[in-house]
Ligand binder design. Sequence first.
Ligand code: SAM
Length: 262
Amino acid sequence: MSHFKAPPKKSLGQHFLTDRSYIDKIVRAVNPQPGDRLVEIGPGQGAITFPLLKKHGELTAIEFDRDLITPLMEASEGIGRLTIIHKDVLSVDFGKLAGEDTLRLVGNLPYNLSSPILFHAIEHAAAITDMVFMLQKEVVDRMAAEPGSKVYGRLSVMLQAYCQVDALFVVPPGAFRPPPKVDSAVARLVPRDPATIGIQDPKRFEHVVRAAFGQRRKTLRNALSEVCSSESIEAAGVRPDARAEQIAVEDFIRLANQVATA
Ligand code: SAM
């Protein structure tokens, strides 16, 4: 008999993965190795949690919905050592949780919170080995987009500056209960070595990228008029008459560093 009685909660983005073949694909993408510290965001009814627990023996899960905590603990008996953190994931300090280790994050994320969760994770990138996340396909397309693409934007630049981003596979609505309205996709993010990223001032970088894409139809000269002069854009080796969607991640980093010294 199922331990899970409460109906799915829309407000918490609860779409439970039920298709075994996609669950297996996610577990294969994570491919846990001995000694890994696995942390799942939003275990729900345990679709990914229990197969991972069975393979790995232990796992920490962060779940906000109190109705799921006891059923998850009960269902984990005899499978492995499950630790549940009953909190909003955005209030979890991954650095503290990792301690001396680093974490491997996995999650079929609540779609209404996917961008905040991604930004929260990159703030703690140094504590993270990698992340395998399921999100709306449209968001994964933006995360992995290259300059010149229609969907290349703030999310692409911010994530790719700190992580290698790879789109892995698409998951159709029918793989979930209840089905979401849109396709989903799984992506892997691997934080870059902080020594190689080259961002001198993360806040300034964020500010420049936000301003540049705030008015993506405008040239950089105009979009960044409040942030820096045309000369400093040129001094960074970037064309002031280009638009944000044409600028590579490395160029944004150089531009933000130039603005900081100008
Ligand atoms: N992993 C399960 C699966 O694949 O079937 C559930 C995925 S469901 C899309 C998202 C899960 O995230 C739900 O269990 C939901 O309760 C949980 N959740 C929503 N908001 C959260 C938050 N702020 N912090 C932690 N978990 C959250």
